[in-house]
Structures are given as structure tokens and as C-alpha cells.
Ligand binder design. Structure first.
Ligand code: ADP
Ligand code: ADP
Ligand code: MG
Length: 424
């Protein structure tokens, strides 16, 4: 559908092609490209890529180079939060030198603790340790996972039991204006990865919502942030909130914020990169006090994974693809079409289904209806699992936290239906 398309990384392996910085820069220069939007995949937080764009006079649509460095490293990010007076989870001051330092931390603060790779992301590079006996094994595994992120630096935090994951969408222009577009509740997770997201959160009090959103803006202001970003927090059952990280890019789940605020975040990113002010007629975002939300939105991440087989990614050709639709339904489907071949080389995200309605209950009903309307044949998907999540009473009542999927085996009971996940 693009006006022009070019092949990047010809002859290279899939991942190498995807990460081919020089290949992309070369094509951009040959075609007088003046700006690049890096999306939310691998290069979106890549400081080297942002630097190369800068060197070639190409605008990198995102925050400043320094923000990518600051927030790509979780230890540095944590220190920025401390400087900005935002509550952080009790943790080590910096990277740990050895296992002995972690043992000391565990004795001082008690278990459970979580070991995190400083450069980790996408839910990878984290290990929960429930007691000292389990420490050595967890330490070794965390270390080898951390290496996959290009550095074995790790730090340690207290592990918060049954928290909610609440994150705040930030937009900042080059004229000193910074606003938030309220929060998303991303507590429905599997292996620390988001599965279903909701905006606004159903269970936050207005007071807590305001405090968290203000904290996010405070941090963005203190680092003179630019463009779109997300500040992530964990909220405890007794309503304390703690900073966990900043994602200095557009996120997968930005769709639901767009639905409840009416702000096109990706378009705003491009206009900000062009130098426009948030409150200018071109972008048209009002002052913070006038930014409101309307109704509720839910996003489900449909993946080509088999929920009945430990979410094993499936590969093959999509033989039939029919989606749902209708008022208040948004579909973001890259390779979701008949004839598409799903390879094992990339993320298994197939289509994002987002629904909007005036009430949360109606948005959920619409989501269930839409998931049921999907017909995807030739490849397994997690649609039946998503439906089980959305219709679960805990989900509908807002009474869930990040442990929901792991503690709800009933989500894995599927009705026998031939039109789901059946190979033809
Ligand atoms: P979000 O917080 O929006 O869910 P993630 O941090 O999960 O964002 O990453 C967004 C996308 O970036 C993922 O869907 C994936 O495609 C890609 N990604 C990020 N980190 C990794 C990684 N370590 N391995 C593979 N893909 C990754
Ligand atoms: P990533 O870069 O992979 O997104 P995050 O630091 O944002 O890593 O953490 C991802 C998820 O892992 C959180 O949403 C939460 O569910 C869990 N998590 C991270 N840190 C903690 C912690 N200290 N206590 C409990 N859960 C945590
Ligand atoms: Mg995160």
C-alpha cells in the first residue's frame, strides 16, 4: 500500500535485514527521505540508528538521542526517576557486581526479588527469585539472558506481589510543552508481556489517576523530553505506585489512547518532528486541563501462537482470513490477509483488535463479538484464549493484576470448534 517500496537487506538473514541500519540509511539518502518513523520494533530505541539519521541530516521521528540512551538502560532510567522525585521500587543503587551483592540485598530487603537485565525489553531478561536457595540458578539464567541484549549488566529490585501495570502516554513538542494523554492498564500479561490493554483503567480512583499522570509529566519535564513516550508504573493493592521504566517510542497499545482521547498519536509524532507546537492549529491538542477522555477502549493482541500448546508460535500459510468490524472497531493488521505466509523469524503479532464504546462493559461485549467474527484458517491463533480473558468475570469487574493469567487455569479451557486453529 506504500507509495514507494524498497527492499532492505537483500541477501541477509531476516533479523540482520530488519536491523540493517546502513541499508536503510542508504535507501533514505538515495531517495531524498527527510524523516524516518522507526515504529515500535527493534530499531525504534536503537541509539546507533538515531545517531546515523542525525549524521545524515535525516529527522529521526522520536525523542532526542540522549533520551534513547537514558531510557534504554533501566538503571539510568531509574536514577532519572529518583532525580525527578518519582517513587521507585526498592532496588540496588546501580548494576550489581556479583551474586554476593544480590545475596546481601535479599537478606536486607527480604524475598521475593527480581533480577533484571539493564538493557532488557519486551518482557525478556527478568528472573524472579523467591528465596536464597533459588538465587544461584536464577542469577546464572538472568546473566545469560542479559547477554542477548548486548551487555550482561543486571540490577535487582524487590518483586512486587500482584501489582497492576499502569502506564501514562506522554506527548512533548520542541517548544517546551508537555502533556499526558491519561493512562492505560496493561496488567493482563503473560511472561511479563502485554496481552490485553484497557484505557482508561477501570479500577483506579480519580485521585490516584491524577497522581500517576502528574508523576509521568514531572519526569518528562525533568529530562526535557521530546515527542511520544510512555512512563510505566506498578501499582500495589494498597494503592502505592512505583516507576518501572520509560519506553521512548510509540507503543503497540497506543491505539486505545487514540480511541479515548481522539488524538492521533502517530500523526502528532510526525508533526512534532516537523517542529509544530502541540497547541498549534496544525496539531490541535488543547491545554492539559482541557484534554478529556470519552468512553473505554480495549486492545487484544491476536498472535499466531497456540494457547493449547504453551503458546508455541505456529508457521505456515493463512488459507482464509476474515475479520470482524463495525462502529468503534479498529484493526491494525500487517500480515493478516489470505495468502500471507507466517515465518518463524519475526514477532508473532498478527493483528491488533481494538474496540471502543461509551462504557467498559460495552467495549468488552464488542470485543468478544469481534473476536468471534474472526475466521483465520491454516494457522493457529490465540483468539479463543483472548475471548476467555475478555469474558472472565475478573476482567469484567476490573479485579485483576499481573498474576491474572498465571493464576487462572480456566482461561485454557477451549470449546471444541472446528473453525479455530484447524489445519486444512
Ligand atoms: P510494548 O511495551 O509496547 O508491548 P515491547 O517492549 O513489548 O513493547 O516491544 C514492542 C515490540 O518490539 C515487540 O512486539 C517486539 O516486536 C519488539 N521487541 C522489543 N524487544 C524485543 C526483544 N527483546 N526481542 C524481540 N522483539 C522485541
Ligand atoms: P520490559 O522492558 O520488558 O517491558 P518492565 O520493567 O517494563 O520490562 O517490566 C515488565 C513487566 O514485568 C511489568 O509490567 C511487571 O508485570 C513485571 N515486573 C517488572 N518489575 C517488577 C517488579 N519489581 N515487581 C513485580 N513485577 C515486575
Ligand atoms: Mg515495560
Amino acid at each position: 500500500k506504500a507509495d514507494e517500496a524498497y527492499l532492505v537487506g537483500e541477501g541477509k538473514k531476516p533479523i540482520d535485514a530488519y536491523l540493517d541500519i546502513e541499508g536503510i540509511i542508504e535507501i533514505a539518502k538515495a531517495n531524498d527521505v527527510d524523516a524516518i518513523h522507526p515504529g515500535y520494533g527493534f530499531l525504534s530505541e536503537n541509539t546507533q540508528f538515531a545517531k546515523r539519521c542525525e549524521e545524515e541530516g535525516i529527522v529521526f521521528i522520536g525523542p532526542k538521542h540522549e533520551h534513547l540512551i537514558m531510557f534504554g538502560d533501566k538503571v539510568r532510567a531509574r536514577n532519572e526517576a529518583i532525580k525527578a522525585n518519582i517513587p521507585v521500587i526498592p532496588g540496588t543503587d546501580g548494576p550489581v557486581k556479583d551474586i554476593e551483592e544480590i545475596r546481601q540485598f535479599g537478606r536486607e530487603h527480604g524475598y521475593p526479588i527480581i533480577i533484571k537485565a539493564s538493557l532488557g525489553g519486551g518482557g525478556r531478561g527478568m528472573r524472579i527469585v523467591r528465596n536464597e536457595d533459588a538465587l544461584e540458578d536464577a542469577y546464572n539464567r538472568a546473566k545469560s539472558e542479559a547477554k542477548a541484549f548486548g551487555g550482561d549488566e543486571m540490577y535487582v529490585e524487590k518483586y512486587i506481589e500482584q501489582p497492576k501495570h499502569i502506564e501514562v502516554q506522554i506527548l512533548a513538542d520542541d517548544h517546551g510543552n508537555i502533556v499526558h494523554l491519561y493512562e492505560r492498564d496493561c496488567s493482563i500479561q503473560r511472561r511479563h508481556q502485554k496481552v490485553v490493554e484497557v484505557a482508561p483503567s477501570v479500577s483506579l480512583s480519580d485521585k490516584l489517576r491524577e497522581e500517576i499522570c502528574e508523576a509521568a509529566v514531572q519526569l518528562a519535564k525533568s529530562v526535557d523530553y521530546l515527542n511520544a513516550g510512555t512512563v510505566e508504573f506498578l501499582v500495589t493493592p494498597d494503592e502505592k505506585f512505583y516507576f518501572i521504566e520509560v519506553n521512548p517510542r510509540i507503543q503497540v497499545e497506543h491505539t486505545i489512547t487514540e480511541m479515548i482521547t481522539g488524538v492521533d498519536i502517530v500523526q502528532s509524532q510526525i508533526l512534532i518532528a516537523e517542529g509544530h507546537a502541540l497547541h498549534s492549529d496544525v496539531i490541535g491538542i488543547p491545554n492539559q486541563s482541557e484534554i478529556t477522555t470519552n468512553g473505554y477502549a480495549i486492545q487484544s493482541r491476536v498472535t499466531t501462537e497456540d494457547p493449547a500448546n504453551n503458546f508455541m508460535p505456529d508457521t505456515g500459510k493463512i488459507m482464509a482470513y476474515r475479520s470482524g468490524g463495525g462502529f468503534g472497531v479498529r484493526l491494525d493488521a500487517g500480515n493478516g490477509f489470505q495468502g500471507a505466509v507466517i515465518t518463524p523469524y519475526y514477532d508473532s503479532l498478527l493483528v491488533k483488535v481494538s474496540t471502543w464504546a461509551l462504557t467498559f462493559e460495552k467495549a468488552a461485549t464488542k470485543m468478544i463479538r469481534n473476536l468471534r467474527e474472526f475466521r483465520i484458517r491454516g494457522i493457529k491463533t490465540n483468539i479463543a484464549f483472548l475471548e476467555n480473558v475478555i469474558k472472565h468475570e475478573k476482567f469484567l469487574s476490573g479485579d485483576y493484576d499481573t498474576s491474572f493469567i498465571d493464576s487462572s487455569p480456566e482461561l485454557f479451557v477451549f470449546p471444541k470448534r472446528l473453525d479455530r486453529g484447524t489445519k486444512m
